[in-house]
Design a protein around this ligand. Structure first.
Ligand SMILES: *[C@@H]1O[C@H](CO)[C@@H](O)[C@H](O)[C@H]1NC(C)=O
Ligand SMILES: *[C@@H]1O[C@H](CO)[C@@H](O)[C@H](O)[C@H]1NC(C)=O
Ligand SMILES: *[C@@H]1O[C@H](CO)[C@@H](O)[C@H](O)[C@H]1NC(C)=O
Length: 400
């Protein structure tokens, strides 16, 4: 009796240790002791501070890990980051279908069969043997992945070219970008929103039951690939709350999410008619630089610390701009007039109009994004990086 007991205790301890190492970064950061103060250097004058912010904003900490992930995929391996996600999902048996079976097959290697796994039927997808797996990316997927990665460079002229990149017949006379803030419930802007030539919505927010506040029309649905990744587990990759014909525009958070794009695109062309487009990676880079600049500036102003400390204070590799920011940037690129609804916080408003979610994700810096939007609406000529290219920012109006 004693031995098995001890062994299962050891197993428990292992699980606890493994669990501890996968605690969200946010928690780790809270628990980490405050870094020792650097020997203080004299504060920079505004011009050199600005130059420092611009220089740091141009550094992309995800470049090297992303390159590794892309290489892994092209060589038929699931990237380590994605393998971790899958291992986690295997623990909860209902979330198995992280990778579409079309794109994942096993080599004919002997499978362990000693009850190590929660399920040991014959479904090869259920056996967590990432090292023995071989991915088979079809040629079009390889091509998409390569060209996406090749375009991941700084080129703000992408903004000017968005109408043709999105295959639009021309610029759109007026657009409403509808965010998901609870402040939408304080007004009845539904009809005003629908009066725009095009309406952009974010992250599959529900509209049924909220027509008076958010309108009913949708022309582009913006999501990020984390959301598509969740959709990919549903039958038929169901992810079309605005109807089958509404195109989905998505930015890629992890290279492995291309597998979800391929799987969902395949199912959407057969059952639904919602084309999924992956955002041109040059737009990702432009958005990332702008939001990082505003985040650095806020960090220095609020903490009095050196801008170089931003990396340590934030989880730099996870830091990302929001889908809302992407939607506003696309609107700026393709519309002659932009109206923005449902962005912003208020003490008397829910976080999301359509849910009871309480907290914000730590990987975004919404305050920095709001500072950027204020400049965009009031003095677009000062927005760094946007001014590197000949481009007239259209009028942008925020409704609160
Ligand atoms: C947006 O969608 C509506 C239908 O929901 C359509 O009438 C309108 O033409 C679309 N706008 C653009 C710019 O395509
Ligand atoms: C989705 O499928 C269509 C048609 O099969 C293809 O033209 C398009 O390139 C695919 N999109 C992506 C992002 O893979
Ligand atoms: C910082 O530099 C950017 C880019 O040159 C410029 O647009 C902006 O006005 C500068 N901001 C400050 C506060 O000097």
């Amino acid at each position: 009796m004693k031995r098995p007991l001890r062994r299962s205790f050891a197993a428990l301890l292992f699980v606890v240790l493994v669990g501890a190492t996968s605690l969200p970064a946010a928690l780790r950061r809270v628990a980490a002791p405050a870094p020792a103060r650097e020997p203080s250097s004299p504060p920079l004058d505004p011009a050199s501070l600005n130059a420092t912010l611009l220089r740091l904003a141009a550094v992309d900490p995800s470049e090297a890990p992303l390159r590794r992930d892309v290489d892994d995929l092209l060589e038929g391996r699931l990237p380590a980051s994605a393998a971790r996600d899958r291992a986690r999902a295997w623990r909860s048996s209902r979330d198995r279908l992280l990778v579409h079976p079309l794109h994942l097959r096993h080599h004919q290697l002997p499978l362990h069969r000693r009850g190590h796994y929660p399920d040991h039927d014959h479904d090869p997808l259920l056996h967590p043997l990432p090292l023995l797996e071989q991915l088979h990316l079809d040629p079009s997927l390889r091509r998409d992945l390569r060209s996406w990665h090749r375009l991941r460079r700084y080129d703000p002229s992408v903004l000017r070219n968005l109408p043709s990149l999105l295959s639009l017949p021309g610029r759109i006379p007026s657009c409403a970008v509808v965010g998901n803030s609870g402040i939408l419930l304080r007004a009845s802007h539904g009809a005003l929103i629908d009066s725009h030539a095009a309406v952009f919505r974010l992250n599959n927010a529900r509209i049924s039951g909220y027509a008076a506040h958010v309108g009913v029309k949708t022309n582009i649905s913006f999501i990020n690939s984390n959301i598509l990744h969740l959709c990919a587990r549903r039958p038929g990759c169901f992810c079309h709350p605005y109807g089958d014909g509404v195109p989905i525009l998505m930015y890629i958070c992890q290279a492995a999410h291309f597998l979800d794009v391929a799987a969902c695109n395949a199912s959407s062309t057969s059952r639904h008619h919602s084309p999924i487009s992956v955002t041109d990676a040059r737009l990702d880079i432009l958005c990332a630089r702008i939001v990082k600049y505003y985040s650095l500036r806020r960090f220095v102003a609020e903490t009095g610390r050196a801008a170089e400390d931003w990396n340590r204070a934030r989880d730099a590799a996870m830091f990302h701009y929001s889908s809302g920011m992407q939607a506003i940037m696309v609107a700026v690129g393709v519309c002659d007039k932009v109206s923005v609804f449902g962005f912003g916080k208020a003490a008397d408003a829910k976080h999301h109009y359509h849910s009871n979610q309480k907290t914000e994700l730590d990987l975004h810096d919404y305050e920095a994004e709001y500072a950027f939007y204020r400049d965009l609406a009031e003095r677009p000529q000062v927005v760094p990086f946007l001014k590197d290219v000949e481009f007239a920012v259209p009028p942008v109006v925020f409704y609160h």
